[in-house]
Design a protein around this ligand. Structure first.
Ligand SMILES: Nc1ncnc2c1ncn2[C@@H]1O[C@H](COP(=O)(O)OP(=O)(O)OP(=O)(O)O)[C@@H](O)[C@H]1O
Length: 325
């Protein structure tokens, strides 16, 4: 039997070289990537940016494709999408005819329930079979957010938890099948829940690279528990933590301390990525990684690499100075 040669999966750029380098090229095709974080951490903003970036030609790190945005929390963030589309078009006006063309390549579908999502995926499967002949087939699917679909529909009883887990597996199997069959990148956003201190809290179980995840000073973990965690191939976590960056005055008054929100993306688990973290900022043009050191941890030992020394990052001429958003 011939040895099977495995090629690295094609990736979709996030529209920022710093974040792309952090994710070894972007969001991989053929698998499910989860982006979890508390409200306001930038999940939707990053998802919208990815929907636009997928349209870029392969030579610019895109998938030369249309993308599908399935959103479960109305209203659709139309104004933000419009703002990002304009900024995207300005950056790539030599590639696209107009900002309308850019917007038209993003298909949007609202979801009512988890069952509705499954129905949409069934239709998507047959649609993609025909789609492959088109010039801009769908190669990116974003679900924003998965937790919202399961939040109200299920009680905390053993029967409902089993029913919920079955639905997770049904949905994730279909998503993986679509991802592998058509080379689609799937990004699913997820919310976080607080981890209670009681010893019986299953949410406190360690999954992936970190003993604990913290955001806004709280210990949190991605929603939907261990059964959903086993349905995704990669998990990224977005944290927001306040840090003191200096004193406005020297009189020691705590209220006069200068603070900022430090946002970081962490690799919780991913078959192709080491445990690492990267700071990012959000502005009206999108989400951008901050140049500087990437902290990578291998078998408990931390290594630091300086991205500012990499010539690739000179392409990134946006202002990455940090500040309060
Ligand atoms: N134009 C902008 N300029 C600066 N910051 C912005 C801009 N648009 C959004 N943000 C920042 O992004 C954050 C909102 O991000 P986003 O809605 O993507 O978060 P989310 O994680 O999806 O939240 P939720 O779970 O509530 O949907 C805001 O807190 C704001 O700080």
């Amino acid at each position: 039997m011939r040895p099977q040669i495995l090629f690295p999966a094609k990736k979709c750029t996030l529209g920022c070289p710093v974040l792309d380098q952090f994710l070894a090229g972007g969001v991989p095709c053929g698998s499910i990537t989860e982006l979890s974080g508390e409200s306001g951490s930038g999940k939707t903003q990053l998802a919208l940016q990815l929907l636009l970036s997928a349209q870029l030609p392969l030579s610019l790190g895109g998938l030369a494709s249309s993308s599908l945005y399935l959103h479960s929390e109305p209203p659709y963030p139309f104004r933000r999408f419009e703002q990002l589309s304009k900024a995207f078009y300005l950056s790539y006006h030599q590639v696209f005819d107009s900002v309308e063309c850019v917007c038209n390549n993003v298909l949007v579908q609202e979801l009512d329930s988890a069952d509705h999502l499954f129905d949409v995926l069934l239709k998507l499967d047959s649609m993609l079979a025909e789609d492959s002949r088109k010039t801009m087939p769908i190669r990116l699917v974003v679900i924003d957010s998965i937790a919202a679909l399961f939040r109200s529909e299920f009680e905390n009883t053993p029967f409902d938890l089993r029913r919920r887990a079955n639905l997770f597996f049904k949905i994730s199997s279909k998503l993986k099948l679509i991802a592998m069959k058509y080379g689609v990148a799937v990004l699913v956003t997820n919310q976080v829940v607080d981890v209670m201190r009681s010893s019986g809290d299953l949410n406190a179980l360690r999954i992936g690279n970190f003993d604990s995840l913290f955001s806004s000073g709280r210990r949190v973990c991605p929603a939907l528990g261990i059964s959903w965690a086993s349905c995704v191939n990669s998990r990224l976590f977005l944290s927001m933590n306040e840090e003191i960056v200096g004193n406005v005055t020297d009189d020691g008054d705590d209220n006069l301390l200068c603070r900022r929100t430090k946002r970081e993306m962490h690799v919780v688990f991913a078959p192709h990525l080491p445990s690492s973290s990267r700071e990012y900022v959000i502005n009206r043009e999108g989400v951008f990684g901050v140049r500087g050191q990437i902290e990578t941890s291998v078998s408990g030992t931390s290594f630091k690499s300086d991205t500012s020394k990499n010539p690739t990052f000179l392409l990134c001429d946006k202002d990455y100075s940090c500040g309060n958003m």
